[in-house]
Structures are given as structure tokens and as C-alpha cells.
Design a protein around this ligand. Structure first.
Ligand code: UT7
Length: 335
């Protein structure tokens, strides 16, 4: 279930990162007025204090494009020279075309081939793996990868089991060949278990739930999750993905300088870090401010770690994620 094929002709590095969070902050206190919940429950069970909510008329593609512009600016690669755009999202602007097509237009990357990947919270690392192979094989000179979500549009705001968990936002990275011996992506692992697809899904809006004949309202597309079951799988799968990724990179856990995990639940992160016997202060956490932004979470955290100076050249970073599918993924990056 892991994929770390043969070594590529060209090593690939991350040349720039960017992120975008919508302005509107939704606090736990405000949620107390919407559903039967409390700041104490949400903070104790998840670690989340607040999340961002996209404005009306602000779509996944708009957030993706803003994060992309910031990553491009840092990388020094102009949008017009980008050859490949992969957007990871489960909350596309439209079922078709892909959100990546809107991003291509919005940022003016008119030469780029653009498509989406749907791998939920692991999506950004799935996109990284695809882009790494595309650039590392020499098929594309560079790639822009984005994780972006407007989960607020797919949450049932009357369901306290889910509505307190999710938020909106986007993160991006530009991948280029590592020609000067600088940083590079050392290894990645990916995994999928479709047998557990029912644990976390958005059933409405797909071909399995077409609009009923006679003009009746179609089933709304809202997120459903069996939280406790997902929690157990998340801890086991992310722990194993971390171990596999580090081994594939030829490293030990002691060689890792920073872990950037998927930001779903602080208790999940704590359980993994404890099982890996890793230093908690070297784990990047921002879920208190943004909640779970699915495919955007690792991408936003990577950009914040980068811009806050939490990573230095030569540092080894472990990115690890888990989500609906079920899917999981890890990447070990030498900065
Ligand atoms: O991003 C992709 C992967 N997603 C995840 O990794 C999420 C994984 N799951 C989780 O993070 C946790 O399971 C949750 C945060 C979703 C839930 O925490 P939990 O400790 O597993 O709680 P629970 O679902 O077992 O519910 C415990 C109690 C229940 O009440 P009873 O049955 O014990 O009376 C729930 O009804 O807490 C209740 N509850 C709430 N109470 C106040 C559930 N949601 C809320 C709420 N406020 N928002």
C-alpha cells in the first residue's frame, strides 16, 4: 500500500510555499449559539478554538489562487511558466470542470495542464507525489500543487458532531528540479483502504444520489462522519505512514527536525507523537486557529512553518496526513 517507486532522474525540491485563510473567524463561542455544544467540549476533545469561514461568493478556487500567488512569488517562478497545476480538494467549485482549471485562469498560468485530485485530507500529499514524479521524470519543468477547501459549504450546520470540526482555507507549493544540491523531497508513501469508505463521506451530489425525477429537491451534499471509528484509524494509519516514510527516506525518527501532521484533532496528533516517541515541541500545530481544513491543512501548516522560520536549510521535515477514503500519506522533505 505504499508507493515510493524507483529513484527519479531529477531530485525535486519545494521552491516556494503560500497560504490563504479567509478573514471571517468563527469562534467556539459563536457555535455555542448555533448547536448544543460548548467551548470546553470542543477545546478538550479536539483542541480547536476557532476556524475561518469563506465569504459568500468566495469559492475554493479563489482561496486556492491566492495561496498559489503567494507560493509563486516566493518561488520566483512566474505563473506564465508553470507547466502543471494539481489542486487537491473535496469541495470543488463545481463537479466539473476541475477547480484547477479555474485556478489556471485566475492566476494566468495559461501554459499549465490542470486537474484535481480527490483524496480528502491526504490530497495535498497525493498531489505532491504525483507532481514530484512528473517533475522528477523531466516530463514537466515545474508544478504548482494546492490544497484548498471550502468545507463550510458542505457542513450540516445543525449537526454538532461535525460542524464544530471544519474550516476553510488553502495552501500551495511550487515544485522544481533540485539542480544546485539544495533541498529535496526524499521519500513519500501513500495508502488507501476503500473498504472503509462509509466512515467519512459526502454522499449527496454524486451519481449515486441523482436528483429525483419530478423536480423534487436532490439530497443535499453534506459531510457525514463516524468520528470515533475514524479517530482509531487515523492514529494507526498516520503512525504507520510516518514510520514507512522515514524508513523509505533511509532515516530514523531521531533524524526528523519537524513533524507537520494533518490538523484534525490535537488528541490524534498527541497519540501519534507519543507512539513515535517524538519531541512534542517539534510538532507544528495550528488547528486551534483553523480547525480541520482537509486537503488544505498540511499545505497551510507547511507554509506557516516556512514563513515563521521553523525550518532551516538541511532540516528534515515529516509531513503526514489521513482522511476520507480512507487515505493516508507521508512525505519526508529535506529543506
Ligand atoms: O480529517 C479526516 C479525519 N477526521 C478525523 O480524524 C476526525 C476523527 N474523529 C475525532 O476527531 C473525534 O472522534 C471527534 C472530535 C469527532 C469526536 O470526539 P470523541 O471523543 O470521539 O466523541 P464521541 O463522538 O465519542 O462523542 C462523545 C459524546 C457523545 O455524547 P454521548 O453519546 O456520550 O452522550 C456525543 O454526542 O460527545 C457528544 N458530542 C458533543 N458534545 C458537545 C459530539 N459532538 C459534540 C459537540 N459538543 N460538538
Amino acid at each position: 500500500m505504499s508507493a515510493n517507486g524507483p529513484s527519479l532522474p531529477l531530485p525535486v525540491r519545494i521552491a516556494g510555499t503560500g497560504s490563504y485563510l479567509p478573514e471571517r473567524v468563527l469562534s467556539n463561542g459563536e457555535l455555542e449559539k448555533m448547536v448544543e455544544t460548548s467551548d470546553e467540549w470542543i477545546a478538550a476533545r479536539t483542541g480547536i478554538r476557532e476556524r475561518r469561514i469563506a465569504a459568500e461568493g468566495e469559492f475554493t478556487s479563489h482561496m486556492a489562487s491566492e495561496a498559489a500567488r503567494r507560493a509563486l512569488e516566493q518561488s520566483g517562478v512566474p505563473a506564465s511558466e508553470i507547466e502543471l497545476i494539481i489542486v487537491a480538494t473535496i469541495t470543488p467549485d463545481t463537479l466539473t470542470p476541475a477547480t484547477a482549471c479555474y485556478v489556471q485562469q485566475q492566476i494566468g498560468a495559461l501554459r499549465a495542464v490542470a486537474f484535481d485530485v480527490s483524496a480528502a485530507c491526504s490530497g495535498f500529499l497525493y498531489a505532491m507525489e504525483l507532481a514530484r514524479h512528473a517533475v522528477g521524470a523531466g516530463a514537466f519543468r515545474n508544478a504548482l500543487i494546492v490544497g484548498a477547501e471550502k468545507l463550510s459549504a458542505f457542513v450540516d450546520w445543525s449537526d454538532r458532531n461535525t460542524c464544530v470540526l471544519f474550516g476553510d482555507g488553502a495552501g500551495a507549493a511550487v515544485l522544481v528540479p533540485s539542480t544546485n544540491g539544495g533541498g529535496r523531497i526524499l521519500a513519500t508513501t501513500l495508502g488507501t483502504d476503500g473498504a472503509q469508505a462509509e466512515l467519512l463521506n459526502i454522499p449527496g451530489g454524486g451519481s449515486a444520489c441523482p436528483a429525483p425525477p419530478g423536480g423534487a429537491a436532490p439530497r443535499p451534499a453534506v459531510l457525514a462522519m463516524q468520528g470515533r471509528e475514524v479517530f482509531k484509524h487515523a492514529v494507526n494509519a498516520m503512525r504507520q505512514a510516518a514510520i514507512d516514510g522515514i524508513a523509505a527516506a533511509g532515516l530514523d525518527i531521531g533524524d526528523i527536525d519537524l513533524i507537520i501532521p494533518h490538523q484534525a484533532n490535537l488528541r490524534i496528533i498527541d497519540a501519534i507523537v507519543e507512539r513515535l516517541d517524538f519531541r512534542r515541541e517539534n510538532v507544528f500545530i495550528n488547528l486551534d486557529r483553523y480547525g480541520n481544513t482537509s486537503a488544505a491543512a498540511v499545505a497551510i501548516a507547511l507554509d506557516e512553518a516556512n514563513r515563521q522560520g521553523r525550518v532551516a536549510p538541511g532540516d528534515r521535515i515529516l509531513l503526514v496526513a489521513f482522511g476520507a477514503g480512507l487515505t493516508w500519506a507521508s512525505a519526508v522533505v529535506e529543506w
